[in-house]
Structure formats: C-alpha cells, structure tokens
Design a protein around this ligand. Structure first.
Ligand code: ADP
Ligand code: MG
Length: 642
C-alpha cells in the first residue's frame, strides 16, 4: 500500500469546496475531464507531428463508460498520459491559472455562519479548476495513467481532502483513465431538493452534457449506447442491442457555417471554452480568404475577467493551424486596447512547428492581426450605430481601455478608435460621440469644449462651466483619469480643436469685452504685481477675467499640462509630480475687485493676505487640497473676527 500524501494547502481548501459545493452546474465536471483528455491528445498529436512519430488524428479517441451497478463513470483517453511525477505535481496542486483568485474565493466561502455549510460559488466554472471538479460528483477518484513511451503506469487515488496515494499499476497502452465513484444520491427532508448524482450514469444525460459543452472537441467522444430496434416479425416488440456511438459532431464551431449556428451555440461555446458565466456582449465569426486565409471566432465579454486588472492577466487569442492548437494565448494577435477580447484564430498559413519567437516576426501573423483588429473595430462601429444601448454597456466596462489605446500610441492609433469614443455631454446629459458633438456645434463655435473633474456634479460646480454653457455651447464632461490625456493626443477632431474650459486660453469674450479687460489689467498692473509676488511659486500670472459669473476667483491652466492632469499625475505612483502652469483669474465684476483696489491704496499687508486666501479658494473650487489647510482656516478666522 502506497503512503498517503497530503495536498498543498490551497488545493486542499479547493477540494473541500468542491466536495461540499452546492454549485448547481455540477455537470461541468465532465466538460473539464473531456477537455483535459483532449488537451492530452493534442499534446501527443503535436509531438507526433513535430517528431514524425507517425500517429494520425484518427488514432485518438475519448471513451466514456458508465457502470450503473458499481456506480462508476470512467473517462479514458489515449493522449500523452502522465508520469509518476506529473501525476503528483499536476493533480496535487490547483491549476496555476486560477490559484490566486481561488485562494481569495475560498476565504470568502469559508464557513461564515459556523453551521458547517458552504456558500454557493457559482463562479466555479470561471477558474479552470478543471480536474478537481470531479469531486463535486465523486466520492473517490482513481486516475490510471501511462506516459507515452514509458514502460510503467501509475495509479493516483484520492477520496478527497485527506490526501492521495500514487502507486504502480497495470495499464496496457499510453493515456489516462479516470474512474469516478459517483456519490450516493442525497434526499432532502422535503423529499425534493436533494441531489441526484445517479443521473450522471444515465446515457441520455451523458449524451446531452457532451452535446452541450463538448460538441466541438475534435476527437471522437465514444460511448456504448443502447440501440432499440423494432422486431421485424413482431412490430410491437423491440430488441435492444448495444453499439458504440460517437456523441460529438467534432466539427469545431468556427468551421461551421454561420447559418447552422444559433446564438445559444455560440454562447455555450464561449462560456465553456473561455470560462465565463455570462453571455458575451458581442461576437465576430469570420472566414477570410486572400492575403491571409483564416477563420476567427472572437467574443467580447460582458464584464472584464476577474484578473483583468492584475499583473497576471495575459491578453491573446488561441491560435490554431488546421484545427490543431499551437498556442493558448497569442498576444500578438490583439492590440492592447482590445486586450479584453477572447477567442481563437485558425489559419492554414502557419506552420505547426513555429516557435513563440519566430511567430512574433511572422509576416502572415501580422497580416492576420491587422485584419482582426479591423473586424473588431467594425463590429464596434456597427454596434454603436445599430444597438446603442448594448454599445454603452460595453463602453462602461471597456471604454477606458480604448482611451488608453489612443493615449499610449501617442495618437497613432486614433484612426478608427476616435469614432468609438463616448463622453458624457451637457447637451442631452448623456453619452455622446465626437461626431454627434460636432454636428451640434453652433456656427460661431470655434472649439470642442470639455471640462475635467472627478464627477459630473463637481464639474457642474466649476465656474468656467457656467460661462461656457451661458454662451450656449456644449461641454464634454471628462470624469475618467485618462480622458484629458486621450484628448490631448487627439489634438483635434474633424479639424475642430479641443479646448478645456479650465484653460486660460478659453476665449469667449467679445472684442469689446477683451479691450475693456485688457485696460483694466494694465491699470492694475502694480496691484497684481504685489499679489504675484506673494504667489510667486504657485501661479504664473494674476489677472482680471470676464468669464466668471458668481464666484470671485478661479484658477486656469496655461500650458499643455492642465490642472486636472496635475491632479491625476499626483495620484499615480512614481515621481512624475509635474505641476501645471496656473493663472489666478479674478472676477472683474465681483465686489472683491473694489476691495482689492482699496487694500492696494490703504493696506498692502492685508492685500497679501487676500492674495493668499483667493488662491486657496480657487484651489478648493478645483478640488485640489491645500498644502496647509490650517493656515487658511486661521486667516479666514482672523477676518471673521475683525
Ligand atoms: P488545466 O487543464 O487548466 O491545466 P486541470 O485541473 O484540468 O487544469 O488539470 C491539471 C493538469 O493535469 C493538466 O494541466 C494536465 O497536465 C494534467 N492532466 C489532467 N488530465 C489529464 C489527462 N487526461 N491526461 C494527461 N494529463 C492530464
Ligand atoms: Mg483542464
């Protein structure tokens, strides 16, 4: 008897979760085991092709055998098999892909109320936890495996979280045989809500699970099935014979004609293949011939995958050549701004033996990537004009990605992407495209106006926003950190320049007003001189302005880096704490002007205090926190108690 070994801690935890899972789609265990079998056969087939071993596709098959009497279900493949070490390392730990996230999940699912029950983890399917899902339906699992070319076979046995054993065993041919000892049915107190495990031994059930999740598997999935035939002499009687049938159609879904496929087929395929539990928001199924010949099936998920914002996330599409997967994640097929897309590409033009490094330089692959990028863009454009609601749903999840695309490419990627952009706009208080904005522009309107801030409410409170709205111009509200950086890269849209309402270049005044303010500024040159001296390291200039209505001051940006951008940079890690060039603008129509003039004539020390307070107020309006709030409060308190 082989010594019992313990699972690694988190694997043990995962296993306990599986064993006690009340997950409603327990049937996915079969999908996982079949997919592992198919992977193992892919590996051997691939090896055979590249090392000329001489096996052909038709040599491979998966066999399912249900034994009702002994309550066992056996899944056999003649793939590459596992060595003793591999049995230990592959089945003793959780599949890498999901490890970290699962650790978190298992913490959440910990027995919180102390009654020994576990929460439903309906997202189990997402993690590719694969093999362990067998324990959702089996009380004991035996894995017999013989590595291709090895002399010995080994048996891995486990009854769950208390550990596993590995020992030598007999097995004729290479491959893996997984025997599940199906759990006893559980009958609930109400007699209804129990668990039926026995159904996984029934032919019709197995057939339907295979059809649902594994139809496209390119190797035959065979099973001994009962065949009922009418007796020729006695038409009322049937004879039952058994025959071996292939349960799956084996045609990869992407090779099928669109007309043969329903939404459901695509959605099921997507969910099972890419471990998602919601239907995708869009899909592209294309067959292209010409400079590159390939079929592609691409899905846009409804929500980002759980690890999308982590370092672990890897973009890419699966790459097949003639139906054989050669790469699980080919990153070169997707630009970063479409990194959320999932799917696969199957091309005849690629060689099977191509290495990752060679592939990077492959001309054919580059052509395919370009073509895929184009079709994704087109799909989004189509969605934008035909199904705005769905597009906005997509935009909420992934819009930032596309804006980053424009920014990171320094505007080089703007063609095709700029028309996908949506911004919240003052016009109808909803999302708008840049094109829609320009169509609505007034005749005398020179620029596309925008304002940045943390939220729509905050932006609405900006004094400059009021001024622009009063002129009847529409404003784009930039609430995403990347927004202003993105517009800066675009520079213009349809020859219309972008203009921040928070910029000192904002030019709304009439010629007359301009003259007037110019004179007023010259007249007060010395007054501003004193104020500027006080604020020397804070602002570039102090001046009167016409654009404010009710508020006494505002701060505007004078350079390429706006005040909002300064705020964004300040939040980011690293030392890039670049400062915006600021102009302190004082409302020329506010009583504060007279007061400043009075102080200039009578109390220059107090004028300095006022300069400081006005600057602090302008910063507060912008939502920038003061360097020394206490000092500000003291100054105000002093004025209040005067
Ligand atoms: P994943 O398939 O995501 O890697 P699984 O838990 O499904 O995770 O499987 C773990 C590993 O066990 C696989 O990566 C593979 O190396 C090995 N394995 C599982 N089933 C088989 C099989 N039928 N034949 C060969 N290897 C297998
Ligand atoms: Mg797997």
């Amino acid at each position: 008897m082989a010594a019992k070994k313990q699972f690694k801690a988190e694997s043990k935890r995962l296993l306990e979760l599986m064993i006690n899972s009340i997950y409603t789609h327990k049937e996915i265990f079969l999908r996982e085991l079949i997919s592992n079998a198919s992977d193992a056969m892919d590996k051997l087939y691939f090896k055979s092709m590249s090392e000329s071993i001489g096996l052909s596709r038709s040599d491979f098959e998966i066999f399912i055998a249900a034994d009702k009497e002994n309550r066992t279900l056996t899944i056999t493949d003649n793939g590459i098999g596992m060595t003793k070490d591999e049995l230990e390392s592959n089945l003793g730990v959780i599949a890498k892909s999901g490890t970290n996230e699962f650790r978190k999940l298992s913490k959440e699912a910990e027995d919180v109320d102390g009654d020994g029950s576990h929460e439903d983890i309906s997202i189990i399917g997402q993690f590719g936890v694969g093999f362990y899902s067998a324990f959702m339906v089996a009380s004991k699992v035996e894995v017999r495996s013989k590595f291709y070319g090895a002399d010995e076979a080994f048996l891995w046995t486990s009854s769950g979280s208390d550990g596993y054993t590995v020992e030598a065993c007999e097995k004729e041919s290479h491959g893996t045989e997984i025997k599940l000892y199906i759990k006893e049915n559980v009958i609930a107190e109400d007699g209804e809500t129990g668990e039926d495990y026995e159904e996984f031994l029934l032919e019709y059930k197995i057939r339907s699970i295979v059809k649902k999740y594994s139809d496209y598997i390119r190797y035959p999935i065979k099973m001994e099935c009962v065949k009922r035939e009418r007796d020729e002499e006695n038409p009322d009687e049937y004879t039952e014979t058994s025959e071996i049938q292939t349960l799956n159609s084996m045609v990869p879904i992407w090779k099928k004609n669109k007309s043969e496929l329903k939404d459901e087929d695509y959605n099921e395929f997507y969910k099972s293949k890419f471990h998602d539990y919601t239907d995708p928001v869009a899909r592209i199924h294309s067959k292209t011939e010409g400079t590159a010949t390939y079929s592609a099936l691409i899905f846009i998920p409804k929500k980002p995958p759980y690890d999308f914002y982590t370092k672990e996330f890897e973009k890419g599409l699966q790459l097949y050549t003639n139906g054989v997967m050669i790469m699980e994640k080919c990153g070169d097929l997707l630009p970063d701004y479409f990194s959320f897309a999932k799917g696969l590409v199957d091309s005849e033009d690629l060689s099977l033996n191509i290495s990752r490094e060679m592939l990077q330089h492959d001309r054919q692959l580059k052509i395919i990537a370009k073509s895929i990028e184009r079709s994704i863009k087109n799909e989004f454009k189509k969605m934008l004009s035909n199904d705005r609601e769905r597009y906005e749903e997509f935009w909420k999840e992934f819009g930032t990605q596309i804006k980053f695309g424009i920014y990171n490419s320094f505007g080089a990627a703007k063609e095709g992407l700029q028309d996908l952009l949506l911004f919240y706009s003052s016009a109808e208080e909803k999302l708008t495209t840049l094109e829609e904005y320009t169509v609505r522009m007034k005749e005398d309107q020179k620029s596309i106006y925008f304002a940045s801030g943390e939220s729509i409410t905050r932006i609405n409170a900006l004094p400059q926003v009021e001024a622009v709205k009063d002129k009847g111009y529409e404003i784009l509200y930039l609430t995403d950190n990347v927004d202003e950086f993105c517009l800066q890269m675009l520079i213009n849209y349809n020859e219309k320049m972008f203009m921040s309402v928070q910029s000192s270049d904002l030019d709304l005044e009439t010629e007359e007003e301009k003259e007037e303010i110019k004179k007023k500024n010259t007249d007060n040159k010395e007054l501003f001189g004193i104020m500027k001296e006080v604020l020397a390291d804070k602002v570039q200039d102090v001046r009167f302005s016409q654009k404010l209505k009710t508020l006494p001051v505002c701060v505007s940006g004078a350079g390429a880096l706006s005040v909002e951008m300064e705020k964004v940079l300040a939040q980011m890690p690293g030392d890039n704490k670049a400062k915006a060039d600021k102009i302190l603008e004082i409302n020329a129509n506010h009583p504060i002007c007279d007061k400043l003039q009075f102080l200039y004539d009578n109390d220059k020390e107090m004028l300095k205090v006022y300069a400081d307070i006005l600057y602090s107020q302008a910063m507060l309006i912008e939502g920038i926190s003061l360097e020394n709030p206490a000092e500000f409060v003291l100054k105000i308190a002093e004025l209040m108690t005067k």
